[in-house]
Design a protein around this ligand. Sequence first.
Ligand code: NI
Length: 178
Amino acid sequence: MAIYQILGENEPSLREKARPVPKITPNIIKLLDNMAETMYAAKGVGLAAPQIGVPKRVIIVDVGEELHELINPVIISRSDEEEIDSEGCLSVPEKLGDVSRATRIVIEGLNRAGETARLEAEGYLARAFQHETDHLEGILFTDIAESVYLRPPKEYDAEDDTEDEPEDEPEPGESEKG
Ligand code: NI
């Protein structure tokens, strides 16, 4: 496996529409494995293939429960209800934004075995899937956020004098990075 470099927000390839995967080959399996390694190394909760320079419709998400891998994902329904929450992105590491997202979605795609996988997600997981599928359209959260602001430094909390190690992240409610 290998850890890829994650492209920053100014990379033109992040703005392109990703192409469908016509067939699941060993290279796609390798891509999934390497994306997971890259995401976990960066302490993210999601990653889309365009973020590592691969313009294919492949996403992974793990908000702390389990790893979801989807090839050619499509959000087939979204709740009318939306909620605004703070969101971040591994490609935009220095910023956060308040983004309105559907609170519940149904997403469908292929798993690595080539089988159709359908998932119902809500809350934080639904937000992560919406964020990652946006990447496949060349959309970043900063495009749709109601406000964008600098991510506060998280190395030390001025009001916290305990000896927690800085790498003990993320905290509950930590913004999505994907
Ligand atoms: Ni992202």
